[in-house]
Structures are given as C-alpha cells and as structure tokens.
Design a binder for this molecule. Sequence first.
Ligand SMILES: [Zn+2]
Ligand SMILES: [Zn+2]
Length: 176
Amino acid sequence: MSACANCPKPLGNEASITCDNCNSRLHVVCTGLQNDDRITRNKVRNVKIYCNRCTTIAEQRTALPQLFDNLAEDLVSKLEQKINDKFAAIKEKINNLQSSPSNPELFEEVANEAVERIIRSKNVIIRGLPESVGNVEAKIQNDTVKVSNILKTISTDAIPEKVIRLGKPSASASFH
Ligand SMILES: [Zn+2]
Ligand SMILES: [Zn+2]
C-alpha cells in the first residue's frame, strides 16, 4: 500500500488525487481541499493539484528572481553609499584647502619650491674638473664623458642627465 505524498498515513480507501507535477498520489484532504467537496479528477480538471514537495519547489523557483532583485538592490544601495561617502570626503578636503589661510600664489610658490628641492637633491657638483676644448657642443660632449667616467669610478649606476659648467670659462682654456 503506497503512502500519501503529503502525510505519513497510507492512502487506504480515502479519496486520493495525483500530483500534477510528480504524479505521486495524496489524500484529497491532504491537498488542502475539503473532503466533502467530493473533488474528483473530472471536477478539478482546470485546477492543478500539487503535492507539498512540488509546491515548495515551485514557490522557491518563483521566489528566486525576487531574491536576486533584492540582492542587486542591496548591492547598488551599498555602492551608492560608498561613492557618496568618498565624494563627501573629497568635498571636505577641497573645502579645507579653499578655506585655508594661505593664498593660491603662496601655495604655488611652496609647491614649486618643493619640486625644485627634489630636483636639486639629485644634483652633483664636481670641482676642479679640467675644462674641455672645442666648440660648445664638443665641450658639453667632453664634459659629459668626464662626468660619466667619474661616476663609474665611484661605482654608481648613475648616468648624468645633464652636464652644466658653472661659472665662466677661463681665458686659457678657451684658447687651447
Ligand atoms: Zn495524506
Ligand atoms: Zn508532486
């Protein structure tokens, strides 16, 4: 004797009906319909009857898209909040900068000074390097080679970016 799909009792002689999805049989009373309705297959031809298991699966399937919608909405609102927070922080920084007592010219001066300092920190002044001869290009070329050799001698990987002679060329060197 097979059991009802919705309850632990056997089907027995009670009126039973088939689940329209999985074909398992269940008591008519176990469908939630009234027994005294005397429901038969013919009478409920237009009504689909599902066992509890199939109803649960169907409900979960219907609920899934809604669940995804809720999740997506939640994510979007969290992202929005984060972006708003970031914007607020940036706005506050800008406001602080604008309301700071230093004027823009002074700010630029300080910024330029800082950049200059960084650039100058990489400068090397070499004293007593013999003057090179020839035209301007030849002199620069010559000085660059000399400076490169010195840097190599003190075993650094540094390559001179620009070589500049400080001061005026001596009269003797310009005639050599
Ligand atoms: Zn039952
Ligand atoms: Zn079923």
